[in-house]
Design a protein around this ligand. Structure first.
Ligand code: NAP
Length: 262
């Protein structure tokens, strides 16, 4: 018996085959989930459709999460074509490139609002829209980063947005627990994706990460995908309101191991 046999997932945030959401989709497909995808802009359809075919996705539908009418449309289609859902995956973030470099105190008001709307509020909006379709025992997942708890250079407004996203996850977990719907976050270590490329200095951090993290290796979208499978399966039925780290243990470090090699 596969871990997600009989379950249905709606996945937001696949931009290409490097996306964390694609790692999640593949792992969920391998464990028997039926799924549908939503992508952000018409330009992405060309890249997302062939991926959807690989995992037999029932449909793909455009949804810019800053637009309420597009959220409504994707859930109307979900109701028509999937009926109910067991798993909602929110793997979405955005900030203007100029907010992801330099001094945090220079964050603009508009840049702050935009980052929070796309990266935080969207999880509330999707959770609310999903609710009428969610089965008991359902699971909602979002993607966060340790830059929400500690300071990462240049992560700036996105770090503050991740802190708010983690708090959002806990409030949703408290709201939805009585309906037997679980809400959790996965805190992933650095992975080379389109979004990550927008953070100034990311490549350097990625390169040094394996020499610092306790497991001495970078993590992959497959690592995150398999953790997402477990969190969304009945094996994790009593786990809610949790930030689960998939980061080779990086989060436990106060000071990185210092060697005399420079
Ligand atoms: P990604 O492949 O670029 O995925 C980010 C997704 O967000 C893209 O599909 C993007 O679509 C979508 N998005 C942006 N604005 C949107 C909007 N208005 N409406 C709908 N979708 C929108 O990068 P990723 O690294 O997999 O990111 C997924 C999640 O993981 C994010 O929350 C990110 O912060 C988190 N995370 C990433 C890392 C890492 O190192 N990569 C580490 C920890 C956590 P477009 O491409 O069209 O904008």
């Amino acid at each position: 018996m596969k871990l997600l046999e009989g379950k249905t997932a709606l996945i937001f945030g696949i931009a290409n085959d490097h996306s964390i959401a694609w790692g999640i989709a593949q792992a969920m497909h391998a464990q028997g989930a039926r799924m549908a995808f939503s992508y952000s802009s018409p330009a992405l359809e060309r890249r997302v459709r062939p991926l959807a075919e690989k995992v037999d996705a029932v449909f793909i539908e455009k949804c810019d999460v800053s637009r309420d009418e597009e959220i409504e449309a994707v859930f109307a289609r979900t109701a028509d074509e999937l009926g109910t859902i067991d798993i909602l995956v929110h793997s979405i973030a955005f900030a203007n490139r100029e907010e992801l470099m330099g001094n945090f105190y220079e964050t603009s008001r508009d840049g702050f609002h935009l980052a929070f709307d796309i990266s935080v509020y969207s999880f509330i909006a999707l959770a609310r829209a999903a609710l009428p379709l969610m089965n008991q025992g359902g699971s909602m997942l979002t993607m966060t980063a340790n830059g929400g708890e500690r300071v990462w250079p240049n992560y700036n407004v996105m770090g503050v947005a991740k802190a708010a996203l983690e708090a959002t996850m806990r409030y949703l977990a408290a709201d939805l627990g009585p309906r037997d719907i679980r809400v959790n976050a996965i805190s992933a270590g650095p992975i080379r994706t389109l979004s990550a490329a927008g953070v100034s200095g990311f490549k350097l951090m990625y390169r040094h990460f394996p020499s610092i993290a306790p497991l001495r290796r970078n993590i992959t979208i497959e690592d995150v995908g398999e953790t997402a499978v477990w969190l969304s399966s009945d094996m994790a039925r009593s786990v809610t309101g949790v930030v689960l780290f998939v980061d080779s243990g990086f989060n436990v470090l106060g000071v990185p191991t210092i060697t005399d090699q420079v």
